[in-house]
Design a protein around this ligand. Structure first.
Ligand SMILES: Cc1ncc(COP(=O)(O)O)c(C=O)c1O
Length: 415
């Protein structure tokens, strides 16, 4: 049921322009803007922070979803805004794993309670409102699963069309969910990079508005709310270390933007958190580029991992990701498949969180960083579970088989 005239959300008057950090070109919002018109690189929204600071108080925020931070989001909240209750997820204390890893203040930002059970809801909520604001009636994207499901849900709620390409080894539940929302789905052999190539001819511009990672400016604004939310949940005193499972990097770059906006507003105390990009050893282009001191990440060959959201061989926003890591004094760390499977089972068995593989990877990375002395017992540390484990039956089968084999051998998983 595609609408011919879905209502158009209006822009927040505090958004000033869309800037290209690569070539410096600025774009106004009078017409649809996807990437930089000059160099084709990602665009970043710029706000009038002075005005936001003058008009908004951090102790007077309202609402329980991400629109609580509407002062620094691209759209005014009104009847035309498409909302499904995105954001407002818990920051949970991990007391038992904190003791086991020697971190007194260890928490988990659990994103599974979002609509369609992953943090992708934050970005796609904003992207679909952006498509509507630009007068678009059809969106398209390649996806490793979660982004496609979120896009399909918001497209359904907006009454617009949605086309999605997904790698053909993506768990079946994702395509079923996307089709249930009314999206058209094509399975493509290979990785998300191949799905991206297949999307172009099937969903051509300008009819189809591409909402792939960093191919439009508003998904990043939705992910930015992760940073605003963590800051508020920590009493506006930012944590020391945040471990983020990095594929396309929207969350990492978004949080870095959030913390700098909050710093400019004078809303947060203390140092900026060190942002840690976590990737699997089977697909670690950001870790490799970080370790080599490079500003671009070369595409990874033969990408392979159970953490499907991290199977992004060539992240489009590589420069922004590497800037966020280096700018925050963070680092990048790769974990083995066995370690991330162990992270999943330990989050479940010790903390009651049925994690996705990407979430398991952040616990595995913390263990590595503790072993090499990069995180101290006094650091206040945030791990991420970016989605529900329920959508990864094969990864869970492997994780439980691994744990059973460990138990049979008498070793068991670490606690
Ligand atoms: C569960 C999960 N975690 C992490 C990621 C990577 O997110 P980002 O693109 O923000 O790096 C994805 C992306 O598909 C995902 O689905």
């Amino acid at each position: 049921m595609a609408a011919v005239d879905a209502p158009r959300p209006s822009f927040n008057p505090r958004i000033v322009a869309l800037d290209c950090p690569e070539c410096g070109r600025s774009h106004d919002l009078s017409q649809p803007r996807a990437v930089c018109e000059g160099c084709g690189r990602p665009l970043l929204a710029r706000y009038d922070l002075e005005r936001i600071g003058a008009e908004t108080r951090r102790d007077a925020l309202t609402g329980s979803d991400l629109w609580r931070y509407r002062a620094a989001l691209p759209f005014a909240v009104g009847p035309a805004t498409v909302r499904l209750g995105e954001g407002g997820t818990p920051l949970l204390p991990l007391a038992r794993l904190g003791r086991a890893t020697g971190i007194a203040d260890l928490t988990l930002k659990d994103e599974a309670p979002n609509p369609t059970q992953s943090f992708k809801a934050r970005g796609l909520a904003l992207a679909v409102n952006g498509a509507l604001a630009f007068g678009k009636q059809a969106i398209a994207l390649p996806s490793a699963g979660n982004a496609g499901s979120a896009a399909a849900a918001y497209a359904a709620a907006a009454g617009i069309r949605c086309r999605i390409t997904v790698p053909d080894d993506t768990p079946e539940i994702f395509a079923a969910e996307q089709r249930a929302f009314g999206a058209e789905v094509r399975l493509v052999p290979g990785t998300i990079a191949d799905a991206g190539k297949a999307l172009g001819p099937w969903a051509p511009a300008p009819e189809w508005w591409n909402v792939a990672t960093f191919k439009e400016p508003f998904r990043l604004e939705g992910k930015k709310t992760l940073g605003w939310e963590i800051a508020e949940q920590c009493g506006w005193r930012l944590p020391d270390v945040i471990l983020y499972p990095t594929g396309g990097g929207t969350g990492l770059v978004g949080m870095w933007r959030a913390f700098r906006e909050l710093e400019a507003l004078g809303w947060v105390e203390g140092d900026m958190p060190r942002l840690i990009a976590v990737q699997p050893t089977g697909c670690a282009p950001v870790v490799r580029a970080f370790e080599a001191g490079e500003s671009r990440a070369k595409p990874w060959e033969n990408a392979r991992t159970a953490a499907l959201g991290l199977r992004v061989p060539g992240p489009f926003a590589d420069t922004l990701i590497l800037e966020a890591i280096r700018g925050s004094g963070g680092t990048a760390v790769a974990v083995e498949e066995d370690e991330l499977l162990e992270g999943m089972t330990d989050l479940a068995a010790h903390e009651g969180c049925f994690a996705c593989p990407e979430g398991g990877a952040t616990l595995a990375a913390l263990r590595r960083l503790r072993a090499r002395g990069d995180v101290s017992p006094r650091d206040r540390v945030v791990l991420f579970n970016t989605g529900s484990g329920l959508k990864y039956p094969e990864a869970w089968r492997m994780a439980l088989a691994r744990r059973a084999a460990g138990a049979a051998a008498g070793s068991g998983a670490r606690s």
